[in-house]
Design a protein around this ligand. Structure first.
Ligand SMILES: [Zn+2]
Ligand SMILES: [Zn+2]
Length: 243
């Protein structure tokens, strides 16, 4: 056992990041291409996508294009983007951050960075080799830069994934910490970091929920609220008959 360099929770050797941090990074790498569509839509004069999906946020800029969006979209550089001359003004664009880390990864893996269709596609390369990255000594810096990038993007698009809490307790720690965040493939536990696929969660839920319902009924009886318990029992029976 070792400690995750990002969150200091336990991680299995030779990992340098725990599975939960890996999960979050994978989520960001999947989110960025989706956000790029919103970013591009925000570049036009005085436009801003609706607040989240379905809101009405709108801002107007006196510039022909929005400077904050332009700094994120950045120019399409033909080669690796490294600020060796220190002439990068302001925070680096999305493309530059992903490209620089893809370069680092390719170097680690001992191959040339494959020719990649630019603009966000480096994210797919980084995601594909994430199993190496979570064993790299530079994982914490990569995580920090990616977190900053995602924060800057979300500030422009006013869109961030929502988390939906799950109703069954975690099979790993028994706490109610499970939930699923938009654009992520697993449910994760905020308490112990356990990851479950949707199928695994549904199987677990089907196993534990009837027992929990019986326990809740028992508590209602024990706390002398027989009317409520009776009503709850009736609802449970109705649901069972209907299913
Ligand atoms: Zn971690
Ligand atoms: Zn848990």
């Amino acid at each position: 056992m070792t400690l995750c360099l990002i969150c200091t929770h336990p991680a299995e050797q030779p990992r340098t990041a725990c599975t939960r941090c890996e999960h979050r990074i994978r989520g960001w790498l999947g989110e960025i291409p989706r956000q790029m569509v919103l970013l591009t839509a925000s570049l036009e004069l005085g436009t801003r996508p609706a607040q989240g999906y379905g809101g009405t946020g709108r801002a107007h800029s006196p510039l022909p294009v929005r400077g904050d969006v332009l700094s994120l979209l950045g120019p399409a550089a033909p080669g690796p983007v490294r600020d060796t001359a220190g002439d990068q003004g302001g925070p680096p664009p999305v493309h530059a951050v992903l490209h620089a880390w893809a370069d680092q990864l390719a170097e680690d893996l001992g191959h040339l960075l494959p020719p990649i269709n630019p603009r966000g596609a480096y994210g797919a390369y980084l995601a594909r080799h994430l199993d190496h990255t979570v064993r790299a000594p530079w994982i914490a810096l990569f995580h920090a830069e990616l977190a900053d990038l995602v924060r800057r993007i979300r500030a422009v698009t006013s869109t961030e994934p929502r988390r939906r809490p799950a109703d069954a307790p975690c099979p790993g720690c028994d706490a109610w910490g499970l939930g699923r965040t938009d654009w992520e493939t697993y449910l994760d536990c905020e308490v112990c970091g356990l990851l479950l696929t949707v199928d695994e969660y549904e199987t677990h839920r089907a196993t534990v929920m009837p027992g929990l319902a019986r326990t809740a009924l028992g508590i209602l009886h024990a706390t002398a609220v027989p009317e409520l318990a009776h009503t709850a029992l009736g609802i449970t029976r109705t649901v069972q008959e209907a299913s």
